[in-house]
Design a protein around this ligand. Structure first.
Ligand code: ADP
Ligand code: MG
Length: 672
């Protein structure tokens, strides 16, 4: 330990990579120079001295100052984890940030991604025993803490993007503080993009604070004169206008979600005439975009004929607000909206809703227009002269801005962990058999915790072993965990039609299973997906998740088994396994197309994309969809007797309000 910044500086100058013992490549030295121009670099010595004499450090610095990429590397050269065999962790609230930063840092250290530097996000662990620095989502570290309560694998933990106040990071702050009190060797670094460090400083025993000041440029603000009716259209217009009238510089547009972003990108591309000499690369950026596509936003803007400098226009969700830094942005188009997680306690559903952003977010977005150019000017485009100030177009009025909330409310205060919902969660775990009546973890609960899945999915997997269908059930669990496998449908009729060849009469879960099995048989899978309008990325993701679940299953002494499709027990036992996890998501037919959910007595209809066009007496569903109407999606027929058998205490008629369902339940229970 106790490396000084000048010692590290010398080693970094080469010629031999201390972590791999290979000579450094030329690319390495180019990046090294750029890294040394980041504002964080000036604080390296200061940081190292603080780390040597403190257990907790808070770092505050604007986005783009180099915190996420550099601080873990400073720790690396100081703690030398390849000798101690203990890793450095750096958490990110977003998967995109974890994967893209890991890739960047691997490049900066001149190592292969997944070896010395890796990442770990749910269902994707790109690390090896050689890994010294691991970027990971906060959720993954939280899960690791359950199995390794002292997080002994790590000698330093960097909690990044603390200002985002995600549930997982907030809980981790509590956990690492506890751990640090018994592990004096553990270093904890809290990093935040906004100046609200006071709370963190106090919480971590008055930890010292390092402030990193960005080299910011002035940003000119433009507001809408009157409220806009359609912010997507307005954003598209603004992009076109910037492109036609403004000096060089890249554009960053904030929208709220995948569909909006893809639509906007398509329209922008169609509006720019190919005859123009200034090329424009239009690039989407959102969390479920595949990593290779995400990485494109970091490429240099296109160059046109005769070396004319083009632009890139990145259309992103609030991922681009602070979690990842894209150089060269001069123009920001802020629609003022973002998707936020909202919990509806009445129906116990969490959903993402579009709502106005906070003033803090608006400021952060505007700030994206005034940074990071000096670094870029050193890259290939050294000749490029960018304007001395950025511009931010707020597509809302100045009055509307005044009315925004100062800060968005931390997730922990918006979430379903209030005492009532906590009680409900314990109750559910008790019904699932994971907790006994004294809230002790049962053997089943212990097994369930081994799966990186919801309790419902984990329970059904464990039960499926006994029912002889675990090979089918882990596929279903994987399909339910991957993005939706059906490509965007033009209409629900269309969607139903496409599924027709694969339909299983008992419902959507079994239909998805048919599709997956058919997919596996194909030689040219991508073509097959295209022909049938399935999303091949989702199927690929599901396949990968399936492999991991199979591995966890066998590692825990459970068997992989299945029946032939002709076996009468095939569909019955798969559905019984589904029920063992999802009996709380059952619904019964009341009249016409209307069903009532057992959990909260909500009147719902089956989503039009389901293969079940008519409600069956009793069904289970995967999802409650809240739109203009209440829908249940991914629905499968079941028998009431199976429900009672799986959860007799839950299916007690006295808990049901007067309804057809209750009558059937009472009659059947009496007969038993
Ligand atoms: P901060 O965490 O303070 O916002 P970062 O460490 O993420 O800053 O970024 C610092 C610089 O590193 C950026 O300005 C950019 O030049 C470079 N950088 C970061 N991520 C990537 C990436 N994925 N690809 C290329 N360059 C990157
Ligand atoms: Mg960062």
């Amino acid at each position: 330990g106790a490396t000084t910044s000048s010692q590290a500086f010398e080693v970094e100058n080469g010629p031999i990579n201390p972590f791999t013992s290979n000579p450094f490549s030329q690319g390495y030295y180019d990046i090294l120079n750029r890294r040394r121009q980041l504002p964080v670099f000036e604080q390296r010595e200061n940081f190292l001295q603080m780390v040597h004499s403190n257990q907790f450090i808070v770092i505050v610095g604007e986005t783009g100052t180099g915190k996420t990429t550099q601080i873990p590397q400073y720790l690396l050269y100081d703690l030398l984890p390849h000798l101690s065999q203990r890793l450095i962790a750096c958490t990110q609230p977003r998967r995109v940030a974890a994967t893209s930063v890991a890739q960047r840092v691997a490049e900066e250290l001149d190592v292969k991604l997944g070896e010395e530097v890796g990442y770990s996000i749910r269902f994707e662990d790109i690390t090896t025993p050689r890994t010294m620095l691991k970027y990971m989502t906060d959720g993954v570290l939280l899960r690791e803490a359950m199995g390794d309560p002292f997080l002994e694998k790590y000698q330093a933990i960097v909690l990044d993007e603390a200002h985002e106040r995600t549930l997982a990071t907030d809980i981790l702050m509590g956990i690492v503080k506890e751990i640090a009190s018994v592990r004096s060797d553990l270093k904890v670094i809290i990093m935040s993009a906004t100046l609200e460090a006071e709370k963190f400083r106090k919480y971590f025993n008055n930890a010292p604070v390092i402030e990193i000041h960005g080299r910011t440029y002035p940003v000119q603000m433009h507001y809408a004169r009157e409220p806009t009716k359609d912010y997507v259209q307005e954003a598209i217009k603004t992009v076109t206008s910037i492109r036609n009238n403004e000096p060089p510089g890249d554009i960053l547009v904030f929208l709220t979600g995948e569909k909006e972003i893809e639509d906007a990108c398509r329209i922008i591309r169609s509006r720019i005439s190919s005859s123009s000499s200034v090329p424009l690369a239009v690039l989407p950026l959102y969390s479920i975009l595949p990593p290779q596509m995400q990485q494109l936003v970091f490429d240099d803007p296109p160059v046109g004929k005769n070396g004319v400098q083009g632009r890139k226009c990145i259309v992103a969700t609030n991922i681009a607000e602070s979690s990842i830094t894209i150089d060269g942005i001069v123009y920001v188009v802020d629609t003022g909206f973002a998707k936020q997680k909202v919990y509806h306690p009445r129906i116990r559903v969490e959903s993402l809703l579009v709502g106005p952003i906070s003033k803090a977010s608006a400021k952060q977005r505007a700030g994206r227009a005034g940074r990071t150019r000096p670094v870029n000017a050193n890259s290939i485009n050294a000749s490029l002269i960018l304007p001395a100030s950025g511009k931010c177009y707020r597509l809302y009025t100045e009055e509307a801005h005044e009315q925004l909330e100062e800060q968005s409310c931390p997730e922990i205060l918006r979430s379903n962990i209030a005492p009532e919902t906590l009680m409900r969660a314990l109750e559910s775990l008790n019904y699932l058999g994971a907790l006994d009546d004294d809230i002790n973890l049962t053997h089943i609960g212990q097994l369930m915790s081994q799966f990186p899945l919801s309790p419902e999915l984990s329970k059904m997997i464990i039960e499926s072993d006994r029912l002889g269908c675990s090979d089918d059930i882990i596929i279903i669990a994987a399909l339910l965990s991957a993005p939706i496998i059906f490509a965007k449908e033009t209409s629900s009729v269309d969607a139903r039609f496409r599924k027709r060849r694969f339909v299983h009469p008992d419902g959507d879960h079994l239909t998805m299973l048919n599709i997956f099995r058919e997919y596996k048989k194909q030689k040219s899978r991508d073509d097959w997906c295209q022909e049938n309008s399935f999303n091949s990325r989702s199927l690929k993701a599901a396949e990968n998740i399936r492999t991991q679940l199979a591995e966890i299953l066998t590692r825990n002494g459970l068997k992989l088994n299945r029946r032939s499709i002709q076996d009468p027990l095939y569909s019955i036992n798969i559905r019984k396994a589904l029920i063992s996890g999802f009996f709380m998501q059952a619904a019964h037919r009341e009249g016409g197309p209307i069903l009532l959910t057992c959990q909260d007595n909500q009147a719902v209809t089956i989503h039009p994309t389901s293969v079940l066009s008519e409600p069956y007496e009793w069904v289970i569903y995967n999802e409650f969809v809240l739109t203009t109407k209440n829908f249940i999606r991914t629905v499968t027929k079941v028998e009431l007797s199976w429900l009672i058998e799986a959860a007799p205490r839950y299916f007690d008629p006295q808990f049901f309000p007067q309804s057809r369902g209750r009558k059937q339940l009472a009659a059947l229970t009496r007969r038993r």
